[in-house]
Design a protein around this ligand. Structure first.
Ligand code: SF4
Ligand code: SF4
Length: 246
């Protein structure tokens, strides 16, 4: 059985330790950024941030609510990104059988920018980002090099609040049910997100759309207009790309 994360947002304080640990472990360079009037920084996932603590706030009945969402690849059990990439180049995206981690390989650098867009559009959680310098598609790796040696992912290792959890999928599913039952006593809207189809399971204590438009697969249609058009035209592009490479 693969490994899974349980990301319990009811415990998240948005310290961003996970975000920094991820950058440090993967030796990702700093982003040129600036304060945009929100705790969320940088403003989005990018080739140098595989992990991003998203932040949103809402005013309801005179009360301000804060929502923290440590976003990352969900390591889908049947990953749509891999299915899409295989239409362009076999081996560009692979899945490790033992851990369940979905890995973007160096072959992604050989995908055209249009093919990368199609792969991006296939992801229901809006995760992959293309590094325009190297051409590589990037995202969370489940810290495969650590996990395959029995270590915890860097982001889980540093989390001081119990938000980030990782282990055997059966154990994480059991923990998820326990945490959900506890959260529901305080937050009746608490929910586990897409637990049956992903290996990074989020526990949210309020409605998913309050956190992030892509918190759940299919939320708001899941795709923006650009992504929708990319997906529609992707099948027309593939035969041409195969001919070019032949
Ligand atoms: S979340 Fe997106 S990038 Fe990650 S495995 Fe699923 S489809 Fe692929
Ligand atoms: S598992 Fe590793 S690569 Fe993925 S978000 Fe955590 S630290 Fe980053």
């Amino acid at each position: 059985m693969p490994k899974s994360f349980l990301i319990d947002t009811s415990r998240c304080t948005a310290c961003r330790g996970c975000q920094i640990a991820c950058k440090e472990w993967h030796e990702l360079p700093a982003n040129k950024t600036r304060q945009l009037g929100t705790h969320q920084n940088p403003p989005d996932l990018n080739p140098h941030n595989y992990k991003l603590v998203r932040f949103s706030e809402s005013l309801e009945n005179g009360k301000i609510n804060w929502y923290f969402f440590p976003d990352q690849c969900r390591h889908c059990i049947d990953p749509p990104c891999r299915g899409e990439a295989e239409g362009f180049m076999e081996g560009a995206i692979i899945q490790d059988e033992k851990t369940g981690s979905v890995l973007f390989t160096e072959l992604t650098a050989k995908l055209t920018p249009e093919a990368c867009e199609a792969v991006r559009a296939a992801c229901p959680y809006d995760i992959p980002r293309r590094n325009d310098q190297s051409g590589l598609l990037t995202k969370c790796t489940m810290c495969f090099e650590r996990v395959s040696r029995g270590m915890l992912p860097a982001c889980v290792n540093v989390c001081p609040t119990g938000t980030m959890n990782f282990g055997e999928r059966a154990d994480m599913l059991e923990l998820a049910q326990k945490r959900l039952a506890a959260a529901k006593k305080i937050y009746p809207n608490a929910v586990l997100v897409d637990a049956e189809s992903v290996n990074a399971i989020f526990l949210l204590f309020d409605e998913p759309q309050k956190y992030h438009p892509h918190a759940v697969a299919g939320l708001s249609g899941g795709l923006d207009r650009k992504q929708f058009l990319t997906r529609i035209f992707a099948p027309l592009r593939r035969p041409m790309q195969r001919v070019v490479r032949a």
